[in-house]
Write a protein that binds this ligand. Structure first.
Ligand code: NAI
Ligand code: ABU
Ligand code: NA
Length: 500
């Protein structure tokens, strides 16, 4: 599809700014492998300017314009951004489909979620004003106490390419609601819509420096941002390897981080399910977003009594997934996001085969698509718990399968991972679902579904999937300092020491 990609600069201090080193990074359309534009490449020099701008925005007019303004004041900007996102939904969805290969229908859904998330955090910003005055009851009536919730300060938000604008929004919206000033560093593999967010912020007159958007490479732009001494907090979504690096550099300055990292989430299908309903959720849980979801339920555990019949149904559902250019009518799977990702996914499949696993369906490029980073929905069986395909995140459309014979065995296999982001359980027995839910080591459990995500509910992982919770009322807490204010209200002297 020919669609104009706006040519943008870095967004710093409310203005477009060419990177100091003037470098740019090509934008590649993963459906065609064509270069369709370029984005600016920030380096440490630009990070320095952006951090200074953010710091100034916090303290501008003693903070009265932003950091110490009311939540209601900031909410107006968040609502204005939401309205502009909705107004530009079609353009943003098209750009996102071009940039990261998402089916257009999914991209449009994501843009709705972006607008809803800005609206939600506008509500949370308003709610913050009411919370500021609520007293804390103390056991002594000579004292009164309340808590002040104040913005943490300048925050670095580093985000991935699988949901380019939505993952940025999960951080930008609560950070701004809290009164922080932010520097967003989206993934170099899909930054286009984040630069359009900058354009929207300009249009709605967001105060200068409150949100700065630096596109660029991880080591060149992300690393100096994360380690900058004047950045008060880092919120990161991406690979566990990069998350660990960010945590190490933050540790040098005792800087708080929240990390939303990889996963190898299980989906447990019991013997009492409706086979078709369960098969569709299993496919959606792993193949939505072309399989590139941190919470993808990419390890299927199915009861041995129904395994053969269930897998037969599941393969039929998978063969029916329309894989095509993201703009074709009815597309339900596009390409993976980059050449690197394509090669990585195929390598995972070949390693699985060489380790003795069986490819039940898929496993390669679809024959009808000669160009683009397309991989068929792939199901791999005869898997053991020592195999790479069982242990490591693929971040592509690859599901691996094991069977179980009892609830206890299912739980043990489900928890047999270093990760702990998502998990799903499918059964008509809701008591069993409740037992299994409690036993699963994960931050998110889906019952009789997999992946639906609402900005009202907390999101985040355990184990090596990271820590901290985004979204919901927890999302804004990530960007607030809690300050205890205790006042002595008695007219009597304290009277501990003998009066001189
Ligand atoms: N949990 C999730 O949502 C995601 C997981 N991944 C996993 O990570 C693998 C690699 O994908 P990448 O795009 O390379 O992920 P990545 O974790 O390297 O990139 C995520 C973000 O971190 C930035 N970054 C990279 N190195 C950095 C550093 N040293 N300091 C600060 N920021 C840095 C990147 O520029 C990007 O904005 C994928 O194959 C997938 O398995 C990737 C993206 C999202
Ligand atoms: N549905 C949102 C998934 C977010 C993530 O992959 O991190
Ligand atoms: Na791209």
């Amino acid at each position: 599809m020919a669609f104009p990609i706006p040519s943008r600069q870095l967004y710093i201090d409310g203005e477009w700014r060419e990177p100091i080193k003037k470098n740019r990074i090509p934008i590649i359309n993963p459906s065609t492998e064509d270069i369709i534009g370029d984005i600016p490449a920030a380096t440490a020099e630009d990070v320095e300017i952006a951090v200074t701008a953010a710091r100034r925005a916090l303290t501008w007019n003693k903070g009265s314009e932003w950091a110490s303004a009311s939540g209601a004041h900031r909410a107006k900007y968040l609502r204005a951004i939401a309205a502009k996102v909705t107004e530009r939904k079609d353009q943003l969805a098209k750009l996102e489909a071009l940039d990261c290969g998402k089916p257009y229908d999914e991209a449009a859904w994501d843009i709705d979620d972006v607008a809803a998330c800005f609206e939600y955090y506008a509500d949370q910003a308003e709610a913050l004003d009411a919370k500021q005055t609520s007293p804390i009851s103390l056991p002594m009536d000579t004292f009164k106490c309340h808590v002040l919730r104040q913005p943490i300060g300048v925050v670095a938000l580093i985000t991935p390419w699988n949901y380019p604008l939505l993952m940025a929004t999960w951080k930008v919206a609560p950070a701004l609601a809290a009164g922080c000033a932010a520097i967003l560093k989206p993934s170099e593999l899909a930054s286009v819509t984040c630069l359009e967010l900058a354009d929207i912020c300009k249009e709605v007159g967001l105060p200068a420096g409150v949100l700065n958007i630096l596109t660029g490479l991880g080591p060149e732009a992300g690393a100096p941002l994360a380690s900058h001494p004047d950045v008060d907090k880092v919120a990161f979504t991406g690979s566990t390897t990069t998350g660990s690096k960010i945590m190490s550099s933050a540790a040098q300055l005792v800087k708080p981080v929240t990390l939303e990292l990889g996963g190898k989430s299980p989906i447990v299908v019991f013997e009492d399910v409706d086979l078709d309903k369960a098969a569709e959720w299993t496919a959606f849980g792993c193949f939505w977003t072309n399989g590139q979801i941190c919470s993808a339920t990419s390890r299927l555990l199915v009861h041995e009594r129904i395994a053969a019949e269930f897998l037969d149904r599941l393969v039929k559902w998978c063969k029916n997934i329309r894989i095509s250019d993201p703009f074709e009518e009815g597309c339900r799977m596009g390409p993976v996001a980059s050449k690197g990702q394509y090669e990585k996914v195929l390598k995972f499949i070949s390693t699985a085969k060489s380790e003795g696993a069986t490819v039940l369906c898929g496993g390669s490029r679809p024959v009808h698509l000669k160009k683009g980073y397309f991989v068929e929905p792939t199901i791999i069986s005869d898997v053991s718990t020592s195999m790479q395909i069982w242990r490591e995140e693929v971040f592509g459309p690859v599901l691996c399968v094991k069977t179980f014979s009892s609830e206890d065995e299912a739980i043990e296999l489900a928890n047999n991972t270093h990760y702990g982001l998502g998990a799903a359980v499918i059964s008509q027995d809701l008591e069993r679902c409740e037992r299994v839910t409690k036993a699963l080591q994960a931050g998110i459990v889906w019952v009789n579904c997999s992946q639906p995500c609402f900005c009202q509910a907390p999101w985040g992982g355990t184990k090596r999937s990271g820590f901290g919770r985004e979204l919901g009322e927890w999302g804004i807490e990530n960007y607030l300092n809690i300050k205890q204010v205790t006042q002595y209200i008695s007219d009597e002297p304290w009277g501990w020491y003998k009066s001189p």
